[in-house]
Ligand binder design. Structure first.
Ligand SMILES: [Zn+2]
Length: 292
């Protein structure tokens, strides 16, 4: 049956095509490798296969977990889960069931956190990083995620909304912003301002290299509107500092603050998502963990 990236294509979990065809076979089968085909062995192939879809493929949730296992980085692994949830192909509950069926999983703790009710609404790697490095370490809790708002007869979604404090956080991981998209964002922000909502926007650079600076900005806005509970993540963190409110944070201080936020340096360097495809190999075998 098709699996991994090939199954992901069939499930519309990914838009780009894989250079390899990924196939999973029972672990007791002897299969000869062929160029262009990546072979994965599994002891639980009989329960991983979707019962009806043709061509035969792993179930969506099994596909996501397989890709979590073979991901080369945490960002890549998180991206598979958030993509499945963000595209509304599955639910946290169904993925948790799939996780429970696996006896061995790398980064199981992170996956459990990602599938917890507290993480509901995280639909991208950038949003995950925002929650992990900006929101939670600085006490910026209470925002509702993926809040639906009607504008001009259409539904729109705000990434993070502190409704009580009239503040929205928008996270944008796009490398480029076509003119129409940019103006649509501006119209959204203008419409939000008209009803008393201030919008703050952050991208990859802000969230991955200067999370404390972003947190300090958000904290100032929220505190000015009555929010309490913000906290510094370290002695050098500018969040909550009186002097930080009067003077812009210097780059040097922000660098120090970023370091104390424990953003892994290597993770920051590889912050932008890369192609999920592995280097081309002609044949490869990997043992999927767990049994039915
Ligand atoms: Zn901080």
């Amino acid at each position: 049956m098709l699996s991994h990236q090939s199954a992901a294509e069939l499930w519309k979990l990914v838009d780009e095509s894989s250079s390899l065809i990924h196939v999973t076979v029972p672990s007791d089968r002897r299969v000869k490798g062929r160029p262009g085909i990546a072979i994965h062995l599994s002891r639980r192939s009989s329960c991983a296969v979707h019962p009806a879809r043709n061509p035969p493929r792993t179930r969506l949730e099994e596909t996501v977990i397989d890709l979590w296992v073979t991901a080369r980085s945490l960002d890549e692994a998180v991206g598979w889960v958030t993509s499945a949830l963000g595209r509304r192909l599955t639910t946290q509950y169904k993925l948790r069931e799939a996780v429970q069926a696996r006896s061995r999983l790398p980064r199981r703790g992170v996956l459990a956190e990602l599938l917890s009710p507290d993480s509901a609404g995280i639909h991208s790697v950038l949003e995950y990083r925002y929650v992990r490095y900006v929101e939670r370490p600085h006490g910026l809790v209470g925002a509702k995620r993926q809040v639906r708002i009607r504008r001009d007869g259409r539904n729109e979604y705000r990434d993070q909304l502190y409704a009580e404090y009239g503040t929205a956080i928008e996270l944008d991981g796009r490398l480029a912003h076509p003119g129409d998209t940019r103006w649509n964002d501006i119209r959204r922000d203008n419409a939000a301002a008209a009803i008393g909502i201030t919008t703050l926007r952050y991208g990859w650079t802000e969230v991955t290299t200067s999370p404390c600076r972003a947190a300090a900005e958000i904290a100032k806005v929220l505190v000015s509107r009555g929010y309490s509970g913000v906290r510094a993540c370290s002695p050098d963190c500018p969040v909550g500092r009186q002097e930080a409110r009067a003077q812009p944070t210097s780059p040097r201080r922000d660098e120090q603050a970023t370091a104390t936020c424990r953003v892994p340096a290597r993770a920051a360097r590889r912050a932008r998502p890369r192609s999920r495809e592995r280097p081309a190999v002609h044949a490869r075998a990997a043992e999927s963990s767990g049994q039915c």
